[in-house]
Design a binder for this molecule. Structure first.
Ligand code: PLZ
Length: 451
């Protein structure tokens, strides 16, 4: 291999396999890793990355993989996007950190202004910045509790909100997220989510029945007046890209409004153009009280936020919110660059286009292969749920085998779902169309081989 070439937008946009996956250099690095890194930190695909950009992740052996993962819905604007790098570099050279709580800087304020503008609703808003999605969710709960002086938190079946102690409690799935890590935070209650594909009463009744069951549990088992916050992903992410049946979210939001419960939309995976809108809540005109964001916000730098109604956000006392690194100036500069890119390239339109291309191909494939129980999702957040043909029994082994076959052919895909039987596709929103199509070709061949 020659001298290091730049990644980012200038990386050649072509799939290229020059060794087996993983190649010898990755295998050697994996061995070093095994002796240095705790085994609890898992790996989807053990190729070590040399550079990445556009729709390509290039490994240390010179293999170029098509990226259908975006680092789990983070690099929507692409890796090392031009405006992200330019603004972050300029900031790196001026100062790296002062701590916003000690001596503030304007980029933090500018990110909050953008969030207040971009999130749903024209009401007066405030934002606060943090480092990770989990930290944002924790802070949303703190703020809701301070504002309502209530303690209970309601979450949903199949929900995912993080790996810290409180957010483990909010997360539904035991393995691998919670097993052996308890005890968990108290006052967390779980209610049904409108999962049309698996709703016992059928998809047509799903929204109404699920909302009725959820609100009944809140009223009869918790007491609505004890509930500070209801935290919901407008499309479930880790839970398997489950779009709630239409009408479910508006019913839940209305119930929260009636009961004085803070409605928190966790848009950490769905936000920032991923679903073809700035935020997935917009699809049904939902105006959340608080919105948590992270992932796509800063083009790959760690940044997260809580944004919401000024009177709720400002219920937390002065000094009650913060953290050493929250709203780091380099991450804020990157976020301003990422948002600039989303506007300049109209990445909402790009996400909708990706969704159209993917759904058309995958729906055709599903008609041929009954192992694909459902094709679903919105924009550039698309998934297939794998089942034993002729049933709705989860087939995690088929999902794993298809993922493995994709990886071997140079297509990076991720799995998801409570039953591990969902293949999810999250390409960067800047992926060139020829790579999107080629990725789908690889996927189709993998399904044909396995299913
Ligand atoms: N809320 C909706 O999707 C993170 C998890 C990856 P952090 N999802 C990826 C893993 O296995 O750890 C996520 C999310 C939603 C919260 C989070 C948590 O965000 O930045 O990972 O803390």
């Amino acid at each position: 291999m020659g001298a290091a070439q730049p990644g980012g937008p200038s990386l050649p946009q072509e799939r290229r396999l020059v060794t087996a996956i993983p190649g010898p250099k990755s295998v050697a690095l994996a061995e070093r890793r095994g002796k240095a890194v705790a085994r609890g930190v898992g790996t989807t695909l053990p190729v070590f990355v040399a550079r990445a950009g556009g729709g390509i992740v290039e490994d240390v052996d010179g293999n170029a993989l098509i990226d259908f993962g975006s680092g789990i819905a983070v690099t929507g604007v692409g890796n090392s996007a031009e405006s992200v790098v330019r603004r972050a570099r300029e900031q790196l050279e001026r100062f790296t950190h002062t701590c916003f709580m000690v001596t503030p800087y304007d980029s933090y304020v500018a990110v909050c202004e953008e969030l207040n503008r971009l999130t749903p609703g024209a009401h007066e808003k405030r934002s606060a910045l943090f480092n990770s999605g989990a930290e944002a969710v924790e802070n949303a709960v703190k703020i809701a509790r301070a504002s309502t002086r209530r303690s209970a938190v309601v979450v949903f079946d199949h929900g995912y909100h993080g790996r810290t102690n409180l957010t483990m409690a909010l997360t539904a799935k035991n393995m691998p997220y919670k097993e052996s890590f308890g005890p968990f935070a108290p006052e967390v209650y779980r209610v049904p989510f409108a999962y049309p594909f698996r709703w016992p009463g059928g998809a047509a009744n799903c929204a109404r029945e699920a909302a009725a069951e959820a609100t009944d549990v809140i009223v009869t088992q918790i007491g609505a007046h004890n509930v500070a916050a209801l935290v919901i992903e407008p499309i479930l992410g880790e839970g398997g890209f489950i779009e709630p049946a239409k009408g479910f979210l508006p019913r839940i939001a209305e119930f929260c409004r009636e009961q004085g419960i803070v409605f928190v939309a966790d848009e950490i995976q769905t936000g920032f153009c991923r679903t073809g809108q700035w935020f997935a809540c917009e699809d049904e005109g939902i105006v959340p009280d608080l919105v948590t964001t992270a992932k796509g916000i800063a083009g790959g730098l760690p940044l997260a936020a809580v944004t919401g109604r000024a009177e709720i956000m400002d219920a937390a006392h002065v000094g009650g919110l913060g953290g050493t690194y929250g709203g780091n100036p380099v991450a804020c500069a990157a976020a301003l660059g990422a948002i600039e890119t989303m506007r300049a390239l109209d990445l909402n339109a790009a996400a909708r286009r990706i969704g159209m291309v993917m759904k058309a191909r995958l729906s055709a494939l599903a008609r041929e292969y009954p192992a694909i129980g459902e094709v679903r999702g919105r924009g550039a957040m698309i998934a297939i749920e794998l089942v034993r043909p002729g049933s709705k029994d989860a087939a995690p082994e088929i999902a794993a085998a298809v993922a493995k076959a994709c990886h071997a052919e140079g297509l990076l895909v991720l799995t998801a779902g409570t039953y591990g039987n969902v293949l999810r596709f999250l390409p960067p929103l800047v992926i060139p169309e020829h790579l999107l199509v080629e990725g789908l070709d690889v996927l189709e061949r993998a399904v044909r081989r396995v299913a």
